[in-house]
Design a protein around this ligand. Structure first.
Ligand code: P6P
Length: 301
């Protein structure tokens, strides 16, 4: 349904700003609102979930008792990268699924939405790119499906994706270079091959998390959105961006940290909390962590 809107964005009146701001203070695009409502309605009526939390909603959305709330919890970013919609750059829907944590079978609560990432039972994303691709895991490997619009079905293309241990790409918004610690500056210099040509990687940054993550998942690479002097907690959200992608990355043999801790071990303190994110090929994530730790420790002293 969302893919249908995205692919006709210029033809039906869904482009541009909605005229309001979301709980993050971001200007909502019309497609943000449409995607959010689509997920809320479609999933809310399945009888599978007891509560949903969305990037576009300030508070969790409990499923009312009369709709027989289910035993699952859905956390989602309905349309990540929406600032790219009007210029036809790939965007995506990201989702994270937990079992309900609170007792009973009534409407779910905020507590159900505040579970640690390692307890997810499923996670994934849909990327609206040259094709519409669904990537998900239920804890037994990562699987990739492509939507066949001629029959309206997702067809399995890749079973049990393993991300390369060493990647070809590094992805970061280098315009923030001046805001980074010395450690991240050194990492990017090394990825440019300044110190050792052997360490050079191709720079690829689309500015749409799902698109950058997906390319690195398949081809190998590391995506970095570090904390910086302007965003001391980073920009990306823990519950419905970092956690689901970290679940996928680890299931595919990759790694995800906030620069110090494993993303999936971070105990959430608020629903929309932000986190720095270093995610992708294991040896690249380890290299970033090691370099940043060593350089910043030396810089501090
Ligand atoms: P910046 C899109 O707005 C988004 O939330 C992610 O999809 C993307 O990775 C990031 O922000 C880009 O942020 O600061 O580089 O423009």
């Amino acid at each position: 349904m969302i893919s249908g809107y995205v692919r006709r964005a210029g033809l039906v009146d869904v482009l541009g700003a909605f005229g309001a701001r979301n709980v993050q203070g971001e200007e909502q695009q019309k497609l943000d609102v449409i995607a959010n409502e689509t997920v809320k309605q479609a999933i809310g009526f399945t009888g599978r979930v007891c509560v949903m939390a969305s990037e576009e909603e300030g508070d969790p959305v409990p499923v009312p008792a009369e709709r027989n709330p289910g035993k699952y919890v859905l956390l989602y970013d309905p349309l990540d990268g929406s600032s790219n919609i009007d210029v036809n750059v790939s965007i995506g829907t990201i989702f994270s699924i937990h079992k309900r944590a609170t007792p009973g079978n009534g409407p779910g609560t905020l507590a159900d939405c505040m579970q640690v990432g390692r307890d997810q039972i499923a996670a994934g994303y849909v990327i609206y790119g040259s094709s519409t691709v669904l990537v998900y895991s239920v804890g037994h490997g990562v699987h990739l499906f492509t939507l066949d619009p001629t029959i309206g079905e997702f067809r399995l293309l890749n079973h049990d994706i393993q991300t390369p241990p060493v990647g070809k790409f590094y992805s970061v918004n280098e315009s923030y270079y001046q805001r980074w610690t010395e450690g991240y500056r050194r990492v990017v210099q090394m990825f440019k091959g300044v110190e050792d040509p052997q360490q050079r990687k191709n720079a690829r940054y689309i500015g749409s998390l799902v698109a950058d993550f997906h390319r690195n998942l398949l081809a190998g690479g590391v995506f970095m959105y570090p904390a910086d002097s302007k965003s001391p907690k980073g920009k990306l959200r823990l519950q419905y961006e970092a956690n689901p992608l970290a679940f996928i990355a680890e299931q595919a043999g990759g790694k995800a940290t906030d620069g110090a801790r494993r993303i999936l071990d971070i105990e959430p303190e608020e629903l929309h909390q932000r986190t720095p994110l270093i995610i992708g090929s294991t040896s690249d994530v380890d290299f970033v962590m090691q370099t940043v730790t060593e350089v910043d420790a030396a810089t501090v002293t």
